[in-house]
Write a protein that binds this ligand. Structure first.
Ligand SMILES: Nc1ncnc2c1ncn2[C@@H]1O[C@H](COP(=O)(O)OP(=O)(O)OP(=O)(O)O)[C@@H](O)[C@H]1O
Ligand SMILES: [Mg+2]
Length: 597
């Protein structure tokens, strides 16, 4: 076969395959061009999810007729004035987007510079470029893309359904809008308004916050902590800001991770990996945190030219960036302390709201409207009333105590030997005692291991646990590791082990049950993995046999001690899989339940 140079149209079509693989990619490129042109408002209109029409109007600096003509040429850009690929201050720089779109669609540009008397229009159809002709239009640029991929029908077949393509377009606009709060955005799809974002004013951080809230909803902020970190580099400042969702506010996909590098939305593996790493301790593998993080750094430290769609970047010092993100997120989550997301309570409320008619009591006692005041001067119910509910009411709790300063409140009752009910200043807290205890054990175990030793308590009478030979041998093989975790075991003839010491943090313990379960677990996971690598599970097993496990009645002081420990322990608001360990219902929510609001 002879080697030949491909014709320009074909070259552009091939390039278009990478740059505009779906309508959302064309939308992204065109909105980026408008942002780069200094627009203060950008309006996007879609027809049939962008396949029939993508129209983007901006009020940016516009183009003169000769610029229009050059703009649709391949590798023609106004954005690399000094040929330095590491000094990129714009979203575009490759000079490829317009020719690529023009190669696979019918592209019309209408543009007018600020001081020009008239606008000029230029059309490219399937790669064939026309001549600029005068047109009537306000200053700025209007780009229309019709019949996307008509010139490459194969590509059309790879598109997803209309709904999915439209969502992707919306996501592309939303992400760019989040990073550019001072620009007003609107998006309409098939005559329906999808997004309307007014320009934000005020300080940069405030504007960004307002924009992010407008795009992804206020609920995210109610369930997130602020992230802010600055590192000084020889070449300037590396700055991370934004918000990190609480682990209990986890999601099924990573769709809710909004990551930006120098104002560019990215789906970068390094960044996503760092986020995953920071949450690894709090979330099951198949759950994802919600985050909105903005990384700003000197352009020399990041290479944006590694991906045709510019959605990935390369950092000069990846380890440093990863470290910054992991440390800042962890620090932010530490600050969240025991907080679980309000989202949990909201979901719970949705479940219990509007009971079906058979639960509506006909003649209940009249309820006075004094609930809100009740929290101010609360008196524990008389013991006989509590007994009627089967709840254990601690005698020490009978004097009124102010729950004001205790975020998780004062324990009032335990229900079903599983849930601790506490009263807070303005609501009630329901704690899953077992899940909470499991998390406390895990956090304290981590802390103790980091500090070098886990406190042990010596059993008054060592306990002998009978097992089968193999199980006993497996345990003894791990005796050193178990010892580090506070469990002192030794061989006791074939098929048995003797336990002399247990981790002090577990309190009173069902030693036999624990040892048998640990043996099972080691068998299941094989001896290869160290117990520390599975610390979460090991602690879970330990907590299962500790004194606060589900199904055990707790005294008042025990319940309060649990609540206070939770308050003092970071990350105690969720179990090791991101499920909440407690739910808080505000009085206002409870009143809503009863239709009082
Ligand atoms: N909306 C617009 N307003 C003003 N000028 C524009 C607009 N869109 C494109 N241009 C001009 O056309 C040029 C080519 O645009 P194109 O998107 O093809 O390349 P680019 O933005 O330079 O780089 P990239 O391919 O990375 O997007 C730009 O460099 C810019 O000068
Ligand atoms: Mg561009």
């Amino acid at each position: 076969m002879t080697i030949r140079r491909l014709p320009e149209t074909l070259v552009n079509r091939i390039a278009a395959g990478e740059v505009v693989e779906r309508p959302a990619a064309a939308v992204k490129e065109l909105v980026e061009n408008a942002i780069d042109a200094g627009a203060t408002r950008i309006d996007v209109v879609l027809g049939e999810a962008g396949r029939a029409l993508i129209a983007i109007a901006d009020d940016g600096k516009g183009m003169k007729p000769d610029e229009l003509s050059l703009a649709v040429e391949r590798h023609a850009t106004s954005k690399l004035p000094d040929d330095d690929l590491l000094a990129i201050h714009t979203l575009g720089f490759r000079g490829e987007a317009l020719p690529s779109i023009g190669a696979v669609a019918r592209l019309t540009l209408v543009s007018r510079t600020k001081d020009a008397a008239e606008a000029w229009s230029l059309t490219v159809e399937g790669g064939r470029k026309g001549e600029p002709v005068p047109a009537a239009a306000p200053p700025g640029t209007r780009v229309e893309v019709r019949d996307l991929f008509y010139a490459t029908p194969a590509r059309l077949k790879f598109l997803k359904g209309e709904r999915a393509e439209r969502d992707a377009c919306e996501d592309a606009v939303a992400r760019l809008a989040m990073a550019h709060p001072r620009i007003a955005f609107s998006l309409a799809a098939d005559g329906r308004s999808v997004l309307k974002l007014p320009a934000q004013t005020g300080a940069e951080e405030t504007a960004r916050l307002a924009r992010v809230a407008a795009v992804i909803g206020k609920e995210f902020f109610d369930n997130a902590v602020a992230v802010a970190a600055v590192r000084q580099d020889d070449e300037g400042e590396i700055r991370l800001s934004g918000h990190a969702g609480l682990p209990t506010y986890n999601r099924a996909t990573s769709m809710h991770q909004y990551l930006f590098v120098n104002g560019r939305p990215v789906r970068d593996k390094l960044l996503a990996g760092a986020v995953r790493g920071a949450y690894a301790d709090f979330l099951a593998r198949d759950r994802h945190p919600a985050v909105a993080l903005f990384l700003d750094l000197p352009t020399q430290l990041v290479d944006a030219n590694v991906h045709p769609a510019k959605t990935e970047v390369r950092f000069r010092d990846p380890a440093r960036i990863r470290g910054l993100i992991v440390a800042s997120l962890k620090e932010a989550l530490d600050r969240a302390g025991f907080r679980a997301s309000t989202h949990v309570a909201i979901e719970a409320l949705d479940l219990v709201r509007a009971p079906s008619p058979q639960y509506a009591f006909a003649g209940g006692p009249p309820i006075s409207r004094g609930v809100a005041e009740a929290s101010v001067a609360y008196h524990a119910p008389p013991p006989q009333a509590a007994a009627a509910f089967g709840a254990s009411v601690p005698t020490t709790m009978q004097a009124p105590i102010e729950p004001r300063d205790l975020p998780l409140g004062i324990a009032r009752a335990q229900l079903h030997e599983t849930y601790v009910i506490a009263q807070t200043a303005d609501g009630i807290v329901i704690v899953d005692q077992h899940a909470a205890h499991e998390r406390l054990v895990y956090e304290r175990m981590k802390e103790a291991l980091a500090a070098g030793s886990v406190a042990r308590q010596t059993l008054l009478i060592p306990e002998v646990v009978e097992l089968d030979d193999a199980a006993a041998a497996r345990l003894i093989a791990k005796a050193d590791e178990l010892g580090e975790l506070g469990l002192g075991i030794e061989a006791f003839g074939p098929g048995a082990v003797m336990v002399r010491e247990t981790p002090a943090m577990l309190g009173e313990l069902d030693v036999k049950g624990l040892v048998r379960d640990l043996a099972d677990e080691i068998a299941e996971h094989g001896a290869a993995l160290s117990l520390k690598e599975r610390l979460g599970e090991v602690c879970g097993t330990m907590a299962c046999h500790g004194s606060v496990r589900a199904g055990r009645r707790l005294s008042g002081p025990e319940m309060d001690a649990l609540l206070r420990q939770m308050e003092a322990t970071p990350h105690s608001g969720q179990c090791n899989h991101g499920r909440p360990t407690y739910v808080e219902l505000k009085l206002a929510d409870i009143e809503k339940l009863f239709g009082r609001r």
